[in-house]
Ligand binder design. Structure first.
Ligand SMILES: Cc1cc2nc3c(=O)[nH]c(=O)nc-3n(C[C@H](O)[C@H](O)[C@H](O)COP(=O)(O)OP(=O)(O)OC[C@H]3O[C@@H](n4cnc5c(N)ncnc54)[C@H](O)[C@@H]3O)c2cc1C
Length: 384
């Protein structure tokens, strides 16, 4: 099959070994738990430690901080394996690809030594809190305040839609630390949430998909965080730090999108070969064949776009516009392909016990988080 014959040009032997490791781990530790995690709206706490013990957490963080010493390509392999089994519960991308990289890129030496080894072992789970009830896309309008008081910041405000909101031990908070206009007044402050007075976890949000993820509201009331937890140690750099890291967040979303499109086509082909209607299998109807041929083309095109971005990103050459382009285009393709593949399943496609149904429900948010696809197009357009 054309999708099986294609191999990503960056997929080295070392990465193929990782693919096998991740596949075995996810099949054993995720597949049997998917329905239960969806019901409890979170993965088990021990699962994070199991992932750490398997070497899957912070795989692209340098070994001196407990990480795997790999690159973004390693993260991409793990994300693609999650997509293969429609795992929408384990927010490893937020933890390993996003939060750990904020710490690695901007943390002081002391901050990196203090936090990264725990993130790599799974003892500390990471989350990032940018979005607020009043602002999402327009990050410069963040209202959460961090006021310096002696050796602390006193933080007040509320955040919403925070992935890993239940499990998070380390929370990177986007807060306004001065009245300087726009992004210049923003800083990133890391809260260690265990027994932290003033830190409240609010509602676990009922989403239309990704039920196994602990997406929550969080709020801070006179919450004191040591000033030493200011990421990088200098105020006012928050917006710039976000702008530097968001391309990687966008690219990992595109990786999941392309891998999910491929997985959806594979599921639909298998089903179409097996399901009988009017005395023949679905794959013998010309419409099914054409739909699947078109979906295979879309999925393969998304993969090759993502592959070129991964190669450029690992070489340090992918800019914000390139990552934004991949994010909006691949997530649009993901939604289109998953929807068309679901149709082939008929009524069974609407049943949550079928992976294609979970893929459908999980796909929608890919066009929204990490920066909406409209904002992605703005970023691309500005570069034209
Ligand atoms: C499941 C889930 C998980 C999430 N996880 C996290 C997380 O871990 N941490 C975190 O901080 N956030 C998280 N988010 C929040 C997410 O990043 C935001 O929802 C997203 O950035 C959009 O912000 P908003 O919801 O406030 O929409 P708004 O910014 O209010 O946008 C509403 C609509 O207006 C459009 N729009 C806005 N501005 C423009 C413009 N200039 N031009 C054209 N159209 C525009 C948008 O594209 C969108 O269609 C998560 C969200 C979800 C649903």
């Amino acid at each position: 099959m054309i999708l099986d014959d294609y191999r990503s040009p960056w997929l080295t032997e070392d990465l193929l070994d990782l693919q096998q490791l991740a596949r075995t781990f996810l099949d054993k530790e995720v597949l049997p738990n998917q329905a239960r995690w969806a019901e409890q709206h979170m993965v088990d706490r021990d699962f994070w430690r199991a992932a750490g013990a398997a070497g899957l957490l912070c795989i692209s963080i340098p070994e001196e901080y407990g990480g795997g010493g790999g690159t973004f390509a390693h993260e991409a392999v793990i994300a693609a394996e999650q997509a293969r089994i429609a795992d929408d519960a384990w927010a490893n991308s937020v933890h390993s690809t996003i939060v750990a990289h904020y710490l690695a890129a901007f943390g002081t030496e002391e901050q990196k030594q203090r936090w990264l080894p725990g993130m790599a072992s799974g003892d500390l789970v990471g989350a990032i809190a940018m979005t607020e009830p009043g602002t999402g896309s327009d990050l410069q309008r963040v209202r959460t305040r961090g006021i310096r008081d002696g050796d602390d910041y006193v933080i007040n405000g509320s955040k919403t839609f925070i992935s890993n909101g239940t499990h998070c031990d380390l929370l990177v908070i986007v807060a306004r630390t001065s009245d300087e206009a726009g992004g210049r007044g923003l800083s990133l402050i890391v809260a260690e949430t265990a027994d932290l007075p003033g830190f409240q976890r609010g509602r676990v949000l009922e989403k239309i998909g990704m039920h196994g993820q602990d997406t929550r509201e969080l709020s801070f009331t006179d919450m004191r965080v040591p000033a030493a937890n200011l990421l990088g140690g200098v105020e006012g750099r928050g917006f710039q730090q976000l702008m530097e890291q968001l391309p990687q967040e966008r690219l990992i979303i595109a990786v999941t999108a392309a891998a999910t499109a491929v997985a959806a086509v594979r599921h639909a082909i298998a089903y179409a070969k097996e399901r009988q209607a009017f005395g023949q299998d679905l794959l013998s109807f010309q419409n099914t064949r054409f739909v699947l041929a078109e979906c295979a083309a879309d999925a393969l095109a998304a993969r090759t776009l993502v592959d070129s971005c991964i190669t450029r990103h690992v070489a340090g050459e992918l800019d914000a516009a390139g990552a934004s382009l991949a994010k909006f285009w691949c997530t649009d393709i993901q939604n289109k392909v998953v929807d068309r593949c679901l149709q082939i399943f008929g009524g069974y496609g609407y049943m949550m016990e079928y992976p294609i149904a979970r893929m459908y429900a999980a796909a929608r948010v890919q066009k929204i988080y990490g920066g909406t696809n409209e904002i992605m197009k703005e970023l691309v357009a500005r570069s034209l």
